[in-house]
Ligand binder design. Sequence first.
Ligand SMILES: Cc1cc2nc3c(=O)[nH]c(=O)nc-3n(C[C@H](O)[C@H](O)[C@H](O)COP(=O)(O)OP(=O)(O)OC[C@H]3O[C@@H](n4cnc5c(N)ncnc54)[C@H](O)[C@@H]3O)c2cc1C
Length: 507
Amino acid sequence: MKEKRYDAIVVGAGVGGLTVGTLMAKEGLKVLILEQCDRPGGRAFSIKGKEISDKGFDWYKNMLAAQYSCLATSQPDIETIVKNRLLDGYTLDVGYHALSANGAGYMLDFEDQIGGLPEVKKHGGMWGNYYKGRIYHDVAGSKIDPEIKRIAKEMKIPFFSFYVDAHMMTDEQLDALEKVSFKQWADEKGISKSDVIFNHLHSVATLFSTINSPEDISIGEIFRYFKTAFGPKLMRGVLGDIGGFVEDGVGEWSKAVVRKFQALGGDLLLNAKVKKVLVENGAVKGVLVDTAEGEQTFAAARVVSNIPAQQTFKVIDKAHFPAGYPEKIERMYGYGSYCPYIGLNKLVMPEAEAKMGLKNTCVLPKSEGFDFDVYICWNIQSALDPSVAPAGKYLYTAYLPLTEKEATTPELVKKIVNRLPEFMEEVYPGFKASMDWKLDVVCWKLEGVAKSISQAGTQKVPVKSEHIQGLYFAGDTARGYGVAMDCAIVSGMICAGEILGKDFGHK
Ligand SMILES: Cc1cc2nc3c(=O)[nH]c(=O)nc-3n(C[C@H](O)[C@H](O)[C@H](O)COP(=O)(O)OP(=O)(O)OC[C@H]3O[C@@H](n4cnc5c(N)ncnc54)[C@H](O)[C@@H]3O)c2cc1C
């Protein structure tokens, strides 16, 4: 058995693991990142449609399964899709993968720390809310949709409070709001007096939390995100878009970070599954790994786990933690999603609308058996980034947040899968006739820990283990703020700061 020593080992090359690993390498530590899959990115990976045609459905199924996702169904059946190479020329992210604020959130803070990623192109656009048959534009810069402005003025509703109040708040005030729901805050502010305005802000709050129910969305979490991720970018004048996509797929971002990491002297080992984090006398000693060359041990006094916290105990013995602690972490719940991709042969909406990200808070009502009305955010991804679809074709992507339980209940998945094309047909007649193919991907861990009133912010897993010396956590389940990728990135920055005794701008 070989043994090689590092200053720090990171288990997992998800965006949180890549962030902490690269920052440590930049500060001169000898770092090894171990990744079980054949590519970096974790839940933020991309596949070329051609890869699916070449390697087949079993390969695709395994790629999805490694990231808590599966193909619920497809149109036509997946064998026909593969045989007829219908996906050739498309690039598919693991599911809908828009960048919060088109990457101008914590992602930009991290990129600044590592000297930028100029080769990564991001395509942002306008976002809006589709409500009762019309589109209301989201706030962009300081521009408010004229109809929302009119209603707010007429009904004396402090619409802009949602966007500006946070910037005047102290950390203590934000912490106190963690357990307050968006609904409670909206009621107290008088926002709920107008269904148009309440629905509009609810749709933005769900976008930034992935939680459907306004009674479960932590307003403190949203406000902290606005203040610490977006506030400084407003001052810099670089916050322009609500969302956007990485050119040629979200996986390109991770690949670019890996290039930086390796240029800084870091080692990345792919197809390397960590079997065990080795712990002796309450302190981390290294890791035992399955690699293509067989089992190997790597030694380090610091190990960062980038595996979602609830799964940590697959590689670290529960006996190293106090009684009840592992079970408490395992009970933390995340949020899943139904992520359809559809290949379209024509645009059935005006081009300006195709370039928008649109949201609606009720595709299927709660009365159909869901915990709350099912929300949707959709894009014609290829209208913003033509590289993800072949010439003359268009790629539709969407995300419909589902609780972990909903995402793993076949009858509910079936209902939402069947409903989606009907809903789109209602919005854009002719939509169904323009579909060449449809893949219905469902994941049960889009967000590792849901930013709910019972789990948000300071209630999350600390980046430094309180129980094992030298053990750290980074990723969207560990202490970090904001949504999904941004949350995983800021947690990697907080974790690196903790290890290096350095302030990377966020604590
Ligand atoms: C379908 C879907 C849609 C999404 N949509 C969006 C979106 O629109 N916008 C957005 O910002 N985010 C989105 N997300 C969420 C985003 O991808 C995640 O929040 C983020 O990527 C999590 O990163 P992470 O570093 O916390 O963890 P992960 O990505 O889970 O990384 C963990 C890594 O550890 C590896 N690993 C696990 N066990 C082992 C082991 N034993 N040994 C070695 N390696 C191991 C995994 O393979 C993985 O690479 C989506 C996620 C999914 C699944």
